[in-house]
Design a protein around this ligand. Structure first.
Ligand code: HEM
Ligand code: MYR
Length: 412
């Protein structure tokens, strides 16, 4: 018996990229609500785009037999945020093999190391800083130092700020058009050249780096044909560690902003390790960050009566799914204790993508992110004495990524 066919509700018009920039994180949900459908069609960057929101929709999106990733991301996002030739654009066996190169660094020992580096760098920064601290700026320096050390990229003490100011435009300006987009591209070219240079030196043994770390391992990684990766691709993949570790500064800013906005929930977090974890999870659910994951339809198929045509760009709304009232009670309330009862599905709580780590494209750094956020929150709740001075911190729903600018004043 053939399934009843439904037409995917379609927004009329030639292109809606400007509305996306205006409506930001609400863009997909606004259309899903208007058409009362979890599957809608619009046009973005001059192309037809299907947008999905919800848990079953996330399960569909992460079905490798239905979607592929090669060239899926818009070219401007590849030239800024992602780079060309990296794991995000691979499929099948090639993807699995490359992803394993990343996941090999997500061991318990490696995660413990990243936590102790984060604690050490926060202490060092606060011991040497003024009373008034803008959390986002401080976190960028701390996390740049953590990222370079954890990946084994050699640097001198006074070089950390330069690294921070070339790594941050990769994610801060990835959603911009105009001059900021160019700055982001320029930063990527500079960084790729610098890291490619290191890879070549490692291979001809003209520098020695820590052989237990990612820079060394990626430089000697062999692809599925047993060949070394192109040095440029190694640089892209090393940046796939450095950039997002520095991007955790956005979540650190939002974590302290949550402490500022919800002091009673900060008291809840102080009570135990589990409560700290619930607070962090709620920060990742409640606040927006990565707007949508992107793939393309592998071959024509029909799902719940909706027709998906080969090669159509498809977006999964991460923020929308994390606020889906079919999944979350009172989704627009900040309530860390909801995570006491969360059953842990790979498809309902997806701030860093959904599905599986090894076979799918779920974020390789999700555990690092959570661990760094938790030790940072623990430090600020239990070890540092500070107040929030009068301030106008906050962000708009079309600031991608959102940075509140929250500031603290250390009590001496
Ligand atoms: C992929 C978000 C931190 C490494 C992703 C994806 C998202 C995401 C949404 C794509 C999922 C998909 O396409 O289905 C974030 C956010 C972070 C973060 C919001 C917070 C700062 C990290 C960290 C690392 C990392 C710390 C590494 C240390 C990666 C890699 C991929 C990825 C390598 C590609 C995975 C693949 O294509 O198989 N991330 N991420 N991310 N992330 Fe993260
Ligand atoms: C990372 O660096 O991978 C972690 C998070 C970065 C978020 C950057 C947000 C801007 C994304 C713009 C385009 C996304 C594709 C729809």
């Amino acid at each position: 018996m053939s399934e009843e066919q439904h037409k995917i509700p379609k927004e009329p018009g030639l292109d809606h990229t400007l509305e996306l920039l205006k409506e930001g994180y609400h863009f997909i949900v606004n259309r899903a609500n208007k058409f009362d459908s979890r599957v809608i069609q619009t046009r973005l960057l001059g192309e037809k785009a299907i947008c999905l929101v919800g848990k079953e929709e996330a399960e569909l999106f992460y079905d490798n037999s239905r979607f592929f990733r090669q060239e899926a991301a818009p070219s401007r996002v590849q030239k800024t945020l992602l780079g060309v030739g990296g794991v995000q654009g691979l499929d099948g066996e090639e993807h699995r093999h490359r992803k394993a190169m990343f996941m090999a660094f997500m061991t318990e020992a490696s995660l413990e190391e990243v936590q102790s580096l984060a604690k050490k760098e926060w202490k060092r920064l606060l011991e040497n800083s003024n009373d008034e601290i803008k959390i986002y700026d401080a976190a960028q320096i701390v996390l740049t130092r953590v990222a370079l050390r954890w990946t084994g990229v050699p640097f001198k003490n006074d070089e950390a700020e330069d690294w921070a100011s070339s790594l941050s435009p990769l994610f801060e300006m990835a959603s911009n058009i105009g001059p900021k987009h160019l700055k982001s591209r320029w930063s990527r070219v500079q960084l790729e050249n610098k890291i490619e240079g290191l890879v070549k030196k490692i291979r001809d043994d003209s520098i020695r780096v820590d052989q237990t770390k990612a820079l060394y391992h990626f430089s000697w990684h062999k692809d599925i044909n047993g060949e070394l990766l192109d040095p440029h691709v190694v640089a892209v993949e090393v940046l796939n560690l450095l950039r997002p570790i520095v991007a955790i500064s956005v979540y650190v800013d939002l974590t302290l902003f949550a402490v500022y906005e919800h002091p009673e929930e900060a008291d809840y977090a102080r009570q135990s390790h589990d409560n700290l974890q619930h607070f962090i999870q709620e920060v990742r659910r409640y606040y927006p960050f990565f707007p949508a994951a992107i793939a393309r339809v592998k071959k024509d198929f029909t799902w719940k009566g909706y027709q998906f045509k080969e090669n159509t760009m498809t977006l999964l709304d991460l923020y929308g799914t994390n606020h889906d009232p079919n999944i979350w009670k009172k989704p627009h309330e900040f309530n860390p204790s909801r995570f006491k009862d969360w059953e842990g599905s790979p498809f309902d709580f997806i701030p860093q993508g959904g599905g599986e780590f090894d076979m799918g494209h779920r974020c390789a750094g999700e555990w690092i992110t959570i661990d760094i956020m938790r030790v940072t929150l623990d430090y600020f709740l239990n070890d540092v004495e500070y107040v929030f001075p009068d301030q106008k911190s906050g962000f708009d729903m079309n600031d991608i990524p959102p940075i509140s600018g929250v500031t603290i004043k250390i009590r001496g």
